[in-house]
Design a protein around this ligand. Structure first.
Ligand SMILES: [Fe+2]
Length: 292
């Protein structure tokens, strides 16, 4: 089975007058929408930020958190911090304008998550396999149960030296779920309540979150899957923007440096076609309601 999930579009601007619009069905179907001529432009005073020394050495990303707009993860101070924050906020605004043009159905429902700038080299040496994003995975987080809420992400490669952002992408979500669902057991009785009560999870880990986390972990732990499952290597050149639901698209970050990323949250019920969402697919395959 060949993986063919990247679609290219000719847009050259972020604002509402661009040519591509109303493509909810494509992104909800698990495609990666790529815009090879849609750069995030840094001005002369911002190019100095394309340097890993601005990271604080602890966080993976320099980020702006919403709704407050605080800058995190950077060693920059005073006017440098202000300029860095302004650059990331501008990316958030442009990514939002693009998302609302591409997906007008989401207007009024899309919620802004973290905006991040990743000036460090993609690391393929991780302390644990679970954190190793160079292994194919869907996004799911142990401490942050999404309870069916979708993760829409807008990425842009801002590398100044011509280096691509290298990804692998993998099989469709339903095929992936079928691969592992039969082997996934029930969570321990009471464990969701306990994790939330102890503050280990930010909210209750639903049946949906249990399955998503298991899919994430099983894929990353399965060396044979990583090596031989259907997959495609993709290079996003500098000046390319790409958009996908990262909780649905199997992806792995293989290399690159200097990227912008904006996360949006969207309730599954606000999709144009909720039946194509991981929640609906998992409920159909298991024959169970998964948010209870
Ligand atoms: Fe990821």
């Amino acid at each position: 089975m060949a993986v063919d999930i990247v679609r290219e579009f000719p847009d050259t601007g972020w604002a509402s007058d661009g040519p591509t619009r109303g493509v909810e069905a494509l992104v909800e179907d698990g495609l990666v929408l790529a815009f090879p001529h849609l750069p995030f432009v840094l001005d002369d005073t911002e190019r100095r930020f394309l340097d890993a020394r601005w990271a604080d050495g602890k966080a993976k990303n320099i980020s702006v958190r919403w709704p407050g707009g605080e800058l995190r993860g950077t060693a920059a101070e005073a006017s440098d911090a202000d300029a860095l924050r302004a650059m990331i906020v501008r990316y958030a605004e442009q990514a939002e304008a693009l998302a609302l043009r591409l997906f007008p159905h989401y207007a009024g429902h899309l919620r802004r998550g973290n905006s991040s700038f990743r000036p460090s080299e993609v690391s393929t040496r991780q302390s644990s396999w679970r954190k190793d994003d160079s292994r194919l995975h869907i996004d799911a987080f142990p401490s942050n149960p999404m309870q069916g809420t979708r993760l829409l992400r807008v990425f842009c490669n801002v590398n100044p030296a011509g280096r691509p952002r290298c990804w692998r992408v993998g099989e469709p979500f339903e095929a992936h779920a079928r691969r592992y669902l039969g082997a996934i057991g029930e969570p321990l009785p009471g464990s969701a309540w306990l994790l939330a009560t102890l503050g280990i999870t930010k909210r209750r880990r639903t049946g949906y979150d249990h399955l998503m986390l298991q899919l994430h972990d099983r894929a990353k732990a399965d060396a044979e899957f990583q090596r031989s499952s259907p997959q495609l290597a993709v290079e996003f050149a500098p000046g390319t923007t790409w958009v996908c639901f990262s909780d649905q698209v199997l992806h792995a970050a293989m290399g690159g440096q200097h990227m912008m990323e904006q996360t949006f949250y969207l309730d599954a019920g606000d999709l144009a076609h909720p039946a194509s969402a991981p929640l609906a697919i998992l409920e159909r395959l298991t024959g169970r309601r998964l948010l209870a």
